[in-house]
Write a protein that binds this ligand. Structure first.
Ligand code: NAD
Ligand code: TYD
Length: 342
């Protein structure tokens, strides 16, 4: 089986590539990634020299790059992880890259998959397309798509394009919508690795608003196994929710990290909230469990311990990704952020 993985130098794509190569001896992966600030070849260094993995630097939003890759290979499937993926950047640093990659890039991949007769397209989407929940209920696949921030809006736009390619042109496509991932190789702009790396340096921990926003957390390997199940057994045209089935307020996660790293809660700083901050996400992932027999294997506390251990053992990786532009980003995002009211 030869698959095109896009965004495979990023957090989830990289974990997926590694998992697939280790689980299946007959899989060959072409990994297309633009190496934006979030893509890092250092995250793939253990795959160097692996004859079943080929890295190609290229932009999914460039027709030329996409065409070159598709005309050079006959793929059995395309799995589109490539995206601009951070909500705060979409709020504070402009939306144009999000539109280019998440919307235009997805459409170019859909067109190429159709023209080259690729038999399966998996679009990696997110629970954020559903918007925010009130105090009760969970997102199911039939929940309305109602994104509240520009990142989520571009992911929702991509989902609709995938749906349209499937309905209009009979492209065999499937969409996955997963909750918040954590685990090795996550860029420290997302909450869990940001908090871990700040704790390691005794830096303040910026908790948005009252810290009572709820997220469902899934260990990245569980997400990757779910994508594999959808790739192999998902029904054409369907959407599959994926979740860790562990939803808790942010502040509880931050306090657990402090406890496990034996640092005081005095590091917590409540800061000005994110605009349009979704209050609660929770997943109903019954469909993938019943239809495809997938369920998460890693409990939150176990996954968090593994994640902390990984960041402790990979301080060099962390210091490389936090050098240069990262500090400018951090200053811009947090430097002038006021303390939360009240
Ligand atoms: P990430 O930001 O860590 O990685 C994204 C990767 O895509 C990077 O390697 C980057 O270089 C690459 N990329 C960006 N623009 C590109 C372009 N134009 N062409 C080619 N490559 C490009 O993101 P992630 O957290 O690994 O997320 C992967 C996917 O999963 C995204 O589609 C995201 O929306 C989705 N998702 C993420 C989460 C999460 O919690 N992180 C949850 C649900 C869904
Ligand atoms: P994040 O990791 O950015 O994921 P998402 O926005 O996709 O859910 O944020 C997870 C939660 O943590 C979200 O409610 C925002 C909050 N958060 C903070 O409180 N402080 C931070 O510095 C960051 C990055 C996030």
């Amino acid at each position: 089986m030869k698959i095109l993985v896009t965004g495979g130098a990023g957090f989830i794509g990289g974990n997926f590539v590694r998992l697939m190569l280790s689980e299946y001896a007959d899989i060959e992966i072409i990994n297309l990634d633009a190496l934006t600030y979030a893509g890092n070849l250092e995250s793939l260094s253990d795959l160097e020299g692996n004859p079943r993995h080929t890295f190609i630097r290229g932009d999914i939003a460039s027709m030329e790059d996409v065409e070159k890759v598709f005309s050079g290979h006959a793929f059995d499937a395309v799995i589109n992880f490539a995206a601009e993926s951070h909500v705060d950047r979409s709020l504070h640093m402009g939306v144009s890259h999000f539109i280019e990659t998440n919307i235009k890039g997805t459409q170019l991949l859909l067109d190429a998959a159709r023209q080259h007769g690729v038999p399966r397209f998996v679009q990696i989407s997110t629970d954020e397309v559903y918007g925010s929940l009130g105090p009760q209920g969970r997102f199911s696949e039939s929940s309305p798509v109602a994104p509240n921030n520009p990142y989520a809006a571009t992911k929702a736009g991509a989902d609709f394009l995938v749906r349209a390619a499937c309905r209009s042109h009979k492209l065999d496509a499937v969409i996955t919508r997963c909750s918040n991932n954590y685990g090795p190789f996550q860029f420290p702009e997302k909450m869990i690795p940001l908090m871990i790396s700040n704790i390691l340096e005794d830096k303040p921990l910026p908790v948005y608003g009252d810290g009572m926003q709820v997220r469902d957390w899934i260990y990245v390997e569980d997400h990757c196994r779910a994508v594999d199940a959808v790739l192999r057994r998902g029904k054409t045209g369907e959407v599959y929710n994926i979740g860790g089935l562990y939803d808790v307020p942010n502040i509880e996660v931050v306090k657990l990290l402090l406890k496990l790293l034996e640092k005081p809660e005095s590091l917590i700083r409540y800061v000005e909230d994110r605009p349009g901050h979704d209050r609660r996400y929770a997943m109903d992932a019954e469909k993938i469990q019943k239809e495809l027999g997938w369920k998460p294997r890693v409990k939150f506390e176990e996954g968090i311990r593994k994640t902390i251990d990984w960041y402790l053992a990979n301080r060099e990786w962390l210091s490389h990704v936090r050098s240069g532009n990262y500090m400018a980003y951090y200053d811009r995002m947090y430097g002038k952020r006021k303390a939360a009211a009240g």
